[in-house]
Design a protein. Structure first.
Length: 127
């Protein structure tokens, strides 16, 4: 297996693992109406991150790859937003874990943004 394929598989595992951690974390949120709404939203964005990364890996063109990576970046950024809201609204007693999830989301954002920018630069270098 090439380095590229190893990286792809690691990122598939990382984004899926991240989604599972977010789902587990949501079950520990304080029980109230806001937590229910935010749990729904953050679970959607966290699981969409991994699902869209997998879709990007199956893209039929560089444009489709770029588009799917853009969705991944949007979804993981949305997940970061919800983690910030959880922290600022004091909806969790697991503050350290929430901050770890935020750091992981930030790492995923950086990797995916870098990949997206590389694709964009390669495709538009003659413009």
């Amino acid at each position: 297996m090439t380095e590229k394929h190893q990286f792809i598989e690691r990122m598939k595992d990382k984004t899926k693992g991240f989604a599972v951690k977010v789902i587990t974390f949501c079950s520990s949120l304080k029980s109230n109406r806001a937590s229910g709404v935010i749990s729904y939203q953050i679970i959607k964005s966290a699981t969409s991150t991994g699902a869209n990364y997998r879709a990007a890996c199956k893209a039929r063109s560089k444009r489709e790859f770029f588009s799917k990576l853009s969705v991944v970046v949007e979804e993981v950024d949305e997940t970061k937003y919800w983690l910030e809201v959880i922290l600022e609204a004091n909806l969790s007693n697991r503050v350290k874990f929430c901050k770890k999830l935020y750091q992981e989301a930030d790492e995923i954002t950086k990797v995916m943004s870098s990949a997206r920018n590389t694709v964009y630069q390669r495709e538009n270098k003659f413009i």
